[in-house]
Design a protein around this ligand. Structure first.
Ligand SMILES: Nc1ncnc2c1ncn2[C@@H]1O[C@H](COP(=O)(O)OP(=O)(O)O)[C@@H](O)[C@H]1O
Ligand SMILES: [Mg+2]
Length: 303
């Protein structure tokens, strides 16, 4: 009798869905549009013919291997780095040169990867930095606004007087977020905000981002390595691979045959995050009728 041979792995289903994100350009809800982007340092090309977009009110995740160019993309979008080629439009205005970027920065909040609070300033003074630069407010009104942002970011009032070194890592991230929200931005860029946080602080931070996004109608671009964050917080996800972006919902990206995406989304960590989200959704389901009526495989953010 012939020895039973190992069954080959089933082929990854090919969908009609195209992962070329340039197809999304021109969507009427887009508040961020990047097309034909090329960035390079010396001869090293980081992005090439890259297209990226995000729609008003969505949380767009941005993932990719270390060094893939996520932070460079973010810095280029907000005008801190000049691209070799390409067009960047934020809130309907094309970014051209630093002057335009300066005016647009009024409408943009950024939490950089390293947090970068001024270590010699108190938390409240840190939050006041963009207010001093961009708003003409009396010192007392400025302090009042800073206090509002402090509490918006979920920090207790007494944290405001402390130096960054006197508060926990999670609180420092919140302080950075409060500073990013100082100018009431429409767009919020967050570069790995939960990196280095313990899982409980990280998931509390994810919830905070979601709450704020919903309460303030923000459009958020969220660079992250955290698969749980992608599952809980993001409407769609952009993946930086081969100098370009592939975009989709998590379900769509899980079906993409690209080897990096397969490894990332369907590897052990990707499956664990998916499993955890499913479990949480089922645990949260309030009634038996709901249980019968709904497909609990999905958490509502991931269609
Ligand atoms: N100012 C710079 N000068 C030269 N190379 C840079 C600079 N900033 C980033 N790079 C390079 O660009 C690539 C992408 O970096 P980055 O966007 O920080 O990656 P990540 O996806 O991990 O955020 C890396 O190879 C990095 O070394
Ligand atoms: Mg980075």
């Amino acid at each position: 009798m012939a020895k039973p041979s190992k069954q080959p792995a089933p082929p990854v289903p090919q969908t009609a869905f195209s992962l070329d994100s340039s197809q999304d350009l021109g969507h009427p809800d887009n508040v961020i549009e990047v097309s034909g982007l090329r960035t390079q340092f010396g001869s090293k090309v980081i992005h090439d013919a890259l297209a990226f977009s995000a729609r008003r009110g969505e949380v767009m995740g941005l993932v990719g291997g270390s060094g893939a160019g996520k932070s460079v993309l973010l810095r280029t979008m907000i005008g801190l780095l000049r691209p070799r080629r390409g067009k960047i439009t934020l809130l309907g205005q094309e970014m051209r040169g630093v002057e335009r970027a300066g005016a647009l920065l009024d409408n943009i909040g950024v939490l950089f990867q390293d947090g970068a609070l001024f270590s010699s300033l108190s938390v409240l003074e840190n939050i006041e930095v963009p207010l001093k630069a961009h708003r003409q407010l009396s010192p007392s009104l400025r302090r009042e606004v800073a206090n509002v942002k402090l509490s918006l970011a979920g920090l207790p009032a007494d944290a405001g007087k402390k130096l960054p070194s006197e508060i926990s890592g999670g609180m420092r991230k919140r302080a950075g977020l409060a500073r990013a929200l100082a100018l009431d931005p429409d767009l919020l860029f967050l570069d790995e905000p939960t990196a280095g946080l313990d899982p409980i602080s990280a998931s509390a931070f994810d919830e905070l981002i979601l709450d704020l996004q919903q309460a303030l109608g923000l459009t958020v671009v969220l660079v992250t390595h955290d698969l749980d964050t992608l599952v809980t917080a993001c409407d769609r996800v952009s993946v930086l691979v081969e100098k370009r972006v592939k975009v989709g919902t998590l379900s769509q990206l899980r079906q993409d045959p690209h080897p990096w995406l397969q490894k990332y989304f369907n590897g052990p960590r990707g499956r664990a995050a998916q499993q955890a989200a499913t479990t949480v959704t089922m645990a949260k389901t309030p009634t038996a009728a709901d249980q019968q009526g709904h497909d609990n495989q999905h958490n509502g953010k991931d269609d």
